[in-house]
Design a protein around this ligand. Structure first.
Ligand code: FE
Length: 155
């Protein structure tokens, strides 16, 4: 029995390492699935991504933000600002016809829900604590947006 102990120990270590590798791969696959699931949940079930987790929260490149559901232009970088709330914030939409609103009574609050006018995909909420000239804060989920950078020749 004693002679087999180092071999047994080695087998136990190898099995543990193997299990760790499999676990890591399963976790990575799940994270990718969760990303697309989150986008569907936000766009079509009005879920909200966790604050400070979205890719456009702390992102200030020049360009246009399009609907992740249908590709319609919704916001531009010129109205984006850092509100500190944990989600991308804009003080206006790209034009008055890009987004529309519903009254949202969920979570014991009355909020102005914002969605894409074209495909009705949920974007976020609009609050009246934004900067001039509108005084609005469009608080938008990153997963509801696709970003198209401004072309150099347009600058
Ligand atoms: Fe859309």
């Amino acid at each position: 029995m004693k002679r087999n102990s180092p071999l047994l120990f080695l087998i136990v270590v190898l099995v543990a390492v193997g299990a760790g590798i499999v676990f890591t791969q399963v976790k990575a696959t799940k994270t990718m699935e969760q990303d697309s699931t989150l986008q569907k949940k936000v766009l079509w079930q009005k879920a909200t991504e966790l604050p400070f987790t979205g890719i456009f929260d702390n992102f200030f490149e020049e360009g246009t933000y399009h609907c992740a559901g249908c590709g319609a232009a919704l916001f531009t970088s010129s109205t984006k600002y850092n509100s500190g709330c944990g989600w991308p914030a804009f003080y206006d939409a790209v034009n008055s016809g890009a987004v529309e609103e519903d009254v949202d009574h969920s979570h014991g609050m009355v909020r102005r829900e914002v969605h894409c006018r074209k495909c009705k995909g949920h974007l976020g909420h609009v609050f009246e604590d934004g900067p001039p000239p509108t005084g609005l804060r469009y608080c938008i989920n990153s997963v509801s947006l696709d970003f198209k950078p401004k072309k150099k020749e347009q600058k």
